[in-house]
Design a protein around this ligand. Structure first.
Ligand SMILES: Nc1nc2c(ncn2[C@@H]2O[C@H](COP(=O)(O)OP(=O)(O)O)[C@@H](O)[C@H]2O)c(=O)[nH]1
Ligand SMILES: [Mg+2]
Length: 216
């Protein structure tokens, strides 16, 4: 009987992630791994940020989903290069999938590469994709207790985006509680509050991401 240890698989993933990171650095492509639960607003946030950044960055997107090309079509309709990865059941992207997707992009012409991970707060936490920045999204409709209930992914975040703040009046989400839980878990992570639908906070987040991608 052949037994594959999960630890070995993770080690292999780390090797491919390192190779991806070297490749992205060599081509001057700043890569952001966008993680959050299904429906938290990942694609909508990417659309709002890319619209805001306009001519200030040359973007491309890698879309991760179990099935379908719905999100990739949304991105493509904006004239932005996109590669769809269908994981066919896997609950997260891994570094080899991202390497294969990157083969389909002209990295030298891309300075901001967004990777929309599969909607999941658990499996995505364990897999480095070779990104430079991990952006985790929590939306108001998910509730303010998720940082404490799913700590691993939030602990590994470089930036937390609390989105759908336009829904706060209809919700019992306590922003102070969420921010204080996050500061406790990941003191170095930046926190932004946005509404991708209404545009609130998008200027500030887009400017910060651009400055960070330039190493400022
Ligand atoms: N009210 C509100 N709805 C949003 C916002 N961002 C996304 N949505 C809605 O949330 C749903 C899921 O968004 P989507 O971007 O597809 O989520 P994803 O599955 O995480 O990529 C859609 O109906 C969006 O219109 C927001 O800032 N405010
Ligand atoms: Mg999406």
């Amino acid at each position: 009987m052949k037994i594959i240890a999960a630890k070995k698989l993770l080690k292999a993933n780390d090797k491919y992630a390192r190779e991806n990171r070297e490749r992205f650095t060599a081509s001057g492509t700043y890569t952001i791994n966008v993680v959050g639960s299904p429906g938290c607003g990942k694609t909508t946030l990417l659309e709002a940020l890319m619209e805001n950044l306009g001519g200030r960055a040359s973007p491309a997107v890698i879309e991760g989903d179990l099935a379908s090309t719905i999100d990739a079509q949304r991105i493509e309709s904006r004239g932005i290069p996109v590669v769809q990865i269908n994981t066919e059941g896997a609950c997260h992207l891994d570094a080899t999938m991202v390497a294969a997707a990157a083969d389909g992009l002209d990295l030298d012409g891309i300075d901001l590469l967004w990777i929309e991970n599969v909607g999941n707060l658990v499996c995505t936490a364990g897999f480095d994709l070779g990104e430079q920045l991990r952006l985790v999204i929590l939306s108001i409709s998910e509730g303010d207790d998720k940082i404490v209930k799913y700590p691993t992914i939030f602990q590994k975040a470089d930036v937390l985006v609390i989105t759908k703040v336009d829904l706060l009046p209809q919700s019992d989400f306590n922003l102070q509680r969420a921010e204080s839980d996050m500061k406790h878990l990941a003191p170095k992570a930046k926190i932004f509050q946005v509404s991708a639908r209404q545009g609130q906070g998008i200027d500030e987040l887009a400017d910060w991401l651009l400055r960070t991608s330039h190493g400022e």
